[in-house]
Design a protein around this ligand. Sequence first.
Ligand SMILES: *Cc1c(COP(=O)(O)O)cnc(C)c1O
Length: 432
Amino acid sequence: MFTNDCLNVNEKGHLTIGGCDTTELAKEYGTPLYVLDESVIRDTCRAYVNSFKKYYDGNGMPLYASKALSCLELCRIAKDEKLGLDVVSCGELYTALKAGFPTENIHFHGNNKTDEELEMALDNNVGKIVVDNLEELERLNSMAASKNKIANISFRIKPGVDAHTHNFIRTGQIDSKFGFALETGEAYDAVKKAISYDNICLKELHCHIGSQIFDIEPFVTAAEIMMDFIGKIKNELNFVISQLNLGGGFGIMYVNSDTPVPYENYMEKVSEKVKAKAEEYGIPVPFIFIEPGRSIVGEAGITLYKAGAKKTIPNVRTYVSIDGGMTDNIRYALYQSEYTVVNATKADKECTETVTVAGKCCESGDLIQENVKIAETEAGDILAVLSTGAYNYSMASNYNRIPKPAVVMVKDGQARVIVKRETFDDLIKNDI
Ligand SMILES: *Cc1c(COP(=O)(O)O)cnc(C)c1O
């Protein structure tokens, strides 16, 4: 029934997460409330680490893409579980540094890194700066020279595999703002330049083919294309790229029709292809990075709201309004993301009504989900939106001057706050 087995129903008919009654969590910590199950996060981290052990002689490392949910505690857990970290801004890097994250295991991404970002990455000796374009490469080379440093870099490559949907296409030129194109020779020229630059050390090639992907094939195809490029670089430039980063994008279950693949299956198939290609080109088997974000935290999280007014418009629809909305979950407004909504107060009851769950912001488009089948709701019921651990808190805003909700971590029936609810003073602290 539910999207994850950390969720259950107790004898009172209330939804539980990690052994905690969600209606009690709502009472104690207030709503809206983000709740994360620690065991799910750690188990997922371990599944990724173990997949490298099982299928790739441990010759790889998952990096947690922290943009999915960046906060001190998540950085600590990633470190604890022996994952590296992806960051895409000074703010995410700052969070990692404050959490004591080992900087050699941090990759710095972004298609338009500012001087401030490059400088912070260099000064803190991050493991890789993933260079997106030639302008950035040249800027980084001079900046590193002025600091008497060598910048360890990766190149973001567009492999021409587009997997933003359930299907995937292999195209010539994909239209993307990220990275270097392969087929135009742009990527190849960048590699030549990087090799010739004194303050650049090119170690890795990177690609990221999309998000919420359920098929294994596009990952295998991307790995193949990247290995062919690494082979070409070896053959024509006699330069060995020893690391391959295949990005993130592993799908999770938002609704029952989603069909995620066990994460180790990706590694099994990708590793076969990479090993075969390494042999074909007579190059060492590369160290592999993958960058799961959504799949580490997505299913581990739910959001709790209190239901308010219900408005039935005859022959049109019924709205149930909640005490949050696009400020804590903008994904439906942004791209019609599907979610499962449960009446947590009546989780044992039949889903007898169909409603639109609406937020409280001054926007008609502020909806969490339309056409939701749910147990009959009354004002005061706690509604739970499932699989909201990724790209919810991290995309939260203060529109309508609504403070961001707290984040609570649960485990074995215990709960603790990992991010405090914003106060009204937080909202005006930069106002003059
Ligand atoms: C967003 C992103 C990820 C994580 O993607 P998920 O779909 O959350 O797994 C990984 N790598 C890069 C470069 C990204 O931009």
